[in-house]
Design a protein around this ligand. Structure first.
Ligand code: MHO
Length: 214
């Protein structure tokens, strides 16, 4: 139901997509996330055979709560994109814009970032978002799925693994993103059972998440 509010979409490649999904999932204004393959031309990529595609995260967000520029700040601050050794295409730094405005904001933001990081050279590519292929179910909400009993209790079918608001949020918080105080401010909106809530509280409070590392 959270998607009934008007939303926009952003698509970023920032290394292993598990970490990106947790980072944005726990971010305010992010409504849902899906990991997948994009940026290349190969048909029907899979994890084992993604061809010239890159691991990316598709983010649906409420632009009245968080804007594209703010999403980009998280992008620049949370992955490696200025390495001296080449990054495999699978883990390329990539901004796939959805419209001309995103294109303009991304270009300006990259220019600023390049100045800040000079003499290091940014390897990020900015390109139009063409095809997006959702990744296999086991890659969606990867950190949440690691909590087997909790995940089972949420009855996440393949469709919900991509569209569920509560799965999006928990996948972030359980990785250690957002923190317990922020979790407490929005746990009432997640519709958890008392058992689910207690389980999440315990794990988030004790910060046992793996963070953004893959
Ligand atoms: N080190 C991880 C990376 C997974 S990722 C989604 C693995 O090999 O399983 O690229």
């Amino acid at each position: 139901h959270h998607l009934n509010v008007s939303h926009a979409t952003a698509t970023f490649g920032m290394g292993c997509f598990w970490g990106a999904e947790s980072l944005y999932g726990a971010t305010r204004g992010v409504l849902r996330t899906t990991v997948g393959y994009a940026g290349g031309s190969a048909e029907l990529p899979t994890y084992r055979k993604m061809g010239d595609h890159t691991e990316v995260l598709e983010i649906d967000y409420d632009p009245t709560v968080i804007n594209f520029k703010e999403l980009l700040e998280l992008f620049w601050n949370n992955h490696e994109y200025g390495l001296t050794k080449p990054i495999k295409r699978q883990y390329a730094s990539l901004i796939l814009y959805h419209d001309e405005e995103q294109k303009r904001i991304a270009a300006a933001s990259m220019l600023e970032e390049q100045k800040r990081r000079s003499p290091e050279v940014i390897t990020t590519d900015i390109a139009p978002k063409l095809n997006f292929y959702a990744a296999e179910d086991y890659h969606q909400k990867y950190r949440l799925q690691g909590h087997k009993d909790l995940a089972a209790s949420l009855n996440l079918n393949p469709q919900l693994l991509q569209s569920s608001y509560v799965a999006t949020k928990l996948n972030g918080y359980l990785a250690g993103v957002g923190g317990i105080e922020q979790f407490k401010t929005e746990v009432d909106t997640l519709g958890l059972t008392p058992t689910q809530r207690e389980y999440c509280n315990y794990h988030i409070e004790n910060n046992e998440g793996q963070g953004l590392y893959c």
